[in-house]
Ligand binder design. Sequence first.
Ligand code: 9D3
Length: 250
Amino acid sequence: MHIDVLTLFPEMFEGVLQSSILKRAQEQSAFSYQYVNFRDYTENKHNKVDDYPYGGGAGLVLTPQPIFDAVEHVQQQRASKPRVILLSPQGSTFTQQKAEELAEEDHLIFICGHYEGYDERIRQHLVTDELSIGDYVLTGGELGAMVMMDAVIRLLPGVLGNDQSASLDSFSNGLLEHPHYTRPADFRGWTVPDVLRSGNHAKIDEWRHYQSVKRTFERRSDLLLNRSLTEQENEWLQKLENHKHDLDDG
Ligand code: 9D3
């Protein structure tokens, strides 16, 4: 996979891309990336990338010409058709499903603005996906692009070791993770559940599965709606639902 990042602030990305798993992924040639400063593609005297909005109002709008030219330039460097991703608070919310979809592509282009609007023709005639990372306001698209790059790159073949395989993720199996414990068995009088120290792996698996269902029910019951349930899971959920009603009257 190759990723082109259109940004006026490439230094924001370096700590993320040059550390830990994303750094190793580049060393393994799982992906490559390049920054594209779209100011370099301006055709006006002062290298302006934005301008006042037609119709008036506050703020500036990113002008289409440098962004179209930068995208078309990097497109011509590759054989396959890229996904052109616009980072914007108005986009659809990025999800694990979207990460899995983007991980299948050969070429991604991220367009990051910085507290500016985009000329609508960029959306209409250049972009394939307009994405947000959630309902809060950032100063620019760069953090959004980093979040998406991180989520996509870890899914590429060979990036995660076998023992941290992406297929075991929360969200991939539709349940939140069960609680984890390590040594000591007693920390300040707070002890590790006996079952985890029993050596009975069938019991341990069942305990973990129940804890995952319970945690998902308590914290993210919305996730249970998008997932088919086993008979065992339905039985547990029925019990959890009844307990909830028990507590209603204090
Ligand atoms: C044209 C009106 N805008 C400026 C006053 C609204 C606005 C544009 C761009 C507000 C914030 C931003 C910067 N944010 C992003 O570019 C962004 C973002 C976000 O703010 N939240 C969640 N996901 C994303 S992805 C890109």
